[in-house]
Design a protein around this ligand. Structure first.
Ligand code: UDX
Length: 429
């Protein structure tokens, strides 16, 4: 099949590369010449394991074509996916301006029968707006159907999540569009959830908000465990073993971040409000997430007292491992709060330093994980990078001024570090 993806962020680029690899001809449309020229050379703007190789391989095979031209791509495509960003507005709603704008450009370039499918996360009801635009702007005599096909990939494991998803959701009210989309996804072995537009749109928000709720639940259990002297990791292991609960997304930490959970929880609260429903459960999920970040700073104050002039080393800046993404990373709020208290911050992250340096002022970046610990009064781990797990703490002890560790991701054996002379605090232990 020939298809187009409009947008080359995580969702657009990864999905396009994977489906090109399945043998389809895939156009990727962008709007910045410089970015498209780089993509043509296989230079990709994000860090995602395996993506650069996959893009290069399929560009060389001429199955993956980057372009600025809607006409060249859309007119030849059986399916056109909208995969542009929907960032939150000040009120927490999703900003749909780019989605609606590209819908118009797509419609104007349709030739023959085309399915337009939204992959961007959009509030329930967006389909009505997009369908109206498609009908209004499509050339006379052409036929267009609409579908909502939400994407569930995670950064850091985006390719494998796309090739092996837990389900494929296809929301459309056209049998012809459904059949075409089912055929397009046929190389993937996953259950199909076939439904209507509104339901498909809601599934994405409901799934992400549920996962955010699991994390906030784990963070609350961690807090309570600290107060009671229980071991949160055992508590969560104990509850996660129940198949009805499941053990995934129950790791307590510095709070969830990234481009999806914070924005999607906010958007679902806002969608509910617009429909006169107060989704107070999700308001608590958000509050608990904010508390998780503040709690790291409280622990630092408890360990060091006054933070003024104290040297704090931060291991990990990205919102999770295996990405360079700093969007809504817990490190942002945590470092800001520590700096407000007068702490001096040195940080290291294997991939996110370039993005981080556009956000922080007065942060010194170390060349490796050990250098962060030099003369530090406190070491705080905020991202669960593999390379942090294997650090030699006897070396760290020699390099630190005071052996204080806040392990925001519970990476290290608490007892072992305490025996080695560290003043160690994890999350919920
Ligand atoms: C998420 C969804 O998982 C994915 O389905 C959707 O398409 C996009 O949003 P992503 O943001 O890439 O994916 O990362 P994810 O692995 O879900 O982690 C999100 C945040 O939750 C991270 O900050 C992570 O550190 C945190 N997290 C995750 C926890 O704190 N504890 C956990 O147990 C799991």
């Amino acid at each position: 099949m020939t298809v187009t993806f409009v947008g080359h962020g995580y969702v657009g680029l990864v999905t396009a590369a994977v489906f090109a690899d399945f043998g389809n001809t895939v156009y990727v449309v962008g709007h910045t010449e410089e970015k498209i020229e780089k993509l043509k050379k296989g230079i990709i703007p994000i860090y995602e394991p395996g993506l650069e190789e996959l893009v290069k391989k399929n560009v060389t095979a001429k199955r993956l074509i980057f372009t600025l031209d809607f006409k060249e791509s859309v007119s030849k495509s059986d399916i056109v996916f909208i995969a542009v960003g929907t960032p939150p507005t000040k009120t927490g709603d999703a900003d749909l301006s780019t989605v609606l704008q590209v819908a118009e450009q797509i419609a104007q370039n349709i030739k023959g029968y085309t399915v337009v499918a939204t992959k961007s996360t959009v509030p329930t009801g967006t389909n009505k707006k997009v369908r109206r635009i498609l009908e209004e702007y499509k050339p006379k005599g052409t036929e267009v159907d609409y579908a909502s096909v939400p994407e569930f990939l995670r950064e850091g494991s985006a390719i494998s999540d796309t090739v092996h998803p837990d389900r494929i959701v296809i929301g459309t009210e056209s049998k012809r569009a459904q059949d075409l989309l089912v055929k397009f996804h046929s190389p993937i072995n996953a259950p199909l959830v076939l439904t209507n537009f509104d339901t498909a749109e809601l599934i994405k928000y409901a799934a992400n908000s549920f996962l955010a709720m699991k994390i906030s639940y784990a963070n609350s259990i961690a807090k309570l465990s600290e107060l009671l002297g229980a071991d949160a990791l055992k508590v969560l292991e104990g509850i996660g073993a129940d198949k009805r609960i499941g053990n995934m997304f129950l790791s307590p930490g510095p709070g969830y971040g990234g481009s999806c959970f914070p924005k999607d929880v906010k958007a679902l609260i806002s969608i509910a409000k617009d429909n006169d429903y107060s989704f107070s459960l999700l308001e608590d999920v958000e509050n608990i997430n904010q508390q998780a970040k503040r709690d790291i700073v409280r622990k630092a104050r408890r360990m060091l007292g006054d933070l003024r002039g104290k040297k704090i080393g931060i291991l990990g800046l990205a919102y999770k491992a295996n990405t360079d993404d700093m969007r809504d990373a817990p490190a942002i709020d945590i470092i800001n709060l520590l700096q407000n208290d007068g702490a001096k911050i040195t940080a290291y992250d294997p991939k996110a330093v370039e993005n981080a340096s556009q956000i922080f002022k007065n942060v010194t970046y170390a060349k490796d994980a050990y250098s962060v610990t030099d003369d530090a009064d406190l070491l705080i781990v905020l991202t669960e990078w593999n390379e942090f797990v294997e650090l030699d703490f006897s070396v760290i002890k020699r390099r630190m001024k005071n052996p204080n560790v806040i392990d925001g991701r519970n990476l290290y054996p608490a007892e072992k570090l305490r025996k080695a002379g560290f003043n160690y605090i994890g999350i919920g232990r």
